[in-house]
Design a protein around this ligand. Sequence first.
Ligand code: ADP
Ligand code: MG
Length: 375
Amino acid sequence: MTNFKGFQHAELPLGPLTLLTGLNSSGKSSVLQGLALLHQSYASGDLAQLVRDEHGFLLNGELVRLGTGRDVLNEDFLGDEPRITLAVTEDAYHYEWTVGYEAEQNLLPLVSTRSPATEDLGPERPEGDATVNPAYFTAGFQYLHADRITPAERYPRDHQVAISRGFLGVRGEHTVNYLRHHAGDEVPEGPLRHPKAAEPGRLGDQVVAWLGELCPGVNVQTAVIEGTDTVRLSYGFGSTGTRRRPTNVGFGLTYALPIVVACLTARAGGLVLLENPEAHLHPRGQTAMAELAAASAAQGAQLIIETHSDHVLNGARLAVKRSVLAPDQAVVHYFRGNGAGSEVSTPKIDENGLLDQWPHGFFDEIENTLDQLLD
Ligand SMILES: Nc1ncnc2c1ncn2[C@@H]1O[C@H](COP(=O)(O)OP(=O)(O)O)[C@@H](O)[C@H]1O
Ligand SMILES: [Mg+2]
């Protein structure tokens, strides 16, 4: 990307599983927003063809609400003219979109698109043919913001969003309805299948088994609230199966539910963006969420996770050590912002799950405080 928010220019290698870590306001969410911005512009038809002024980056939509041109153009933009470029390289192709600047507009007009092949693919695809798009535009996309659903009496029942499109909502608000409808769906064989699930291939049972990592013995039920456009969620505990409303159950379970469903339902070519999957979870549960995300990546989906959790990092390292993921499939970026641009370093995980570098400030707070305590 070039001239997008805090980045003058940045190129970030992404793996099947990528962790974005680092200081507050250092640009982690901006990376996710760039990918989401492309998706929402594509989904609304704004990237489909090059018609100047009428198509471009749709700054405010279902996935992100970024404001106007003034908000997203880097303050010290590179180049003579204010232009923003977002690009994605995937396998043999590089896709690139450049828009112009309108300070007060929320649709930034496309100036150019490019999608050159990065390898020689023969004559099938002429240079400049922008009709092919990255897989994630169409192969399944979820983006769960840091601010997600909290325990409630009811959740929306929107057939079009949850059932037809399979979109969980940026707050996970459609998860309960999705689960109600899709509980019987197949979870493919592999590391995604939790060994404790009652019926190993059934989505509903896999959700219960993975939630059991957060709260052993928990059970989940969804139902329509008759005569309304809402659905209900309830939890059961232990063998007695007493049902409880989410409002009487710990916050963390409901907060994690969309993460669990997003990871279990992502498939090859799909992209899942997660902000702080660790929120409201105890340390062991945080590690389990990383293990689940790694399993999802191992089965062909791509996950990009913004996290402040050592336990999420360690869960990813464990997944590599246990050969769920190859070392080069788990990518870690550490962002250090200084307000005027971001600096990114990329510690590598080896086959034993060890990191080749620990930049200053990168998950070293336990050592720092221990040193002071023992001083
Ligand atoms: N138009 C802009 N020009 C320059 N910097 C910007 C612009 N918009 C946002 N920023 C900077 O980008 C950063 C946004 O960080 P964000 O991606 O939300 O961080 P994180 O998710 O790492 O906490 C902030 O430091 C903010 O000052
Ligand atoms: Mg953020």
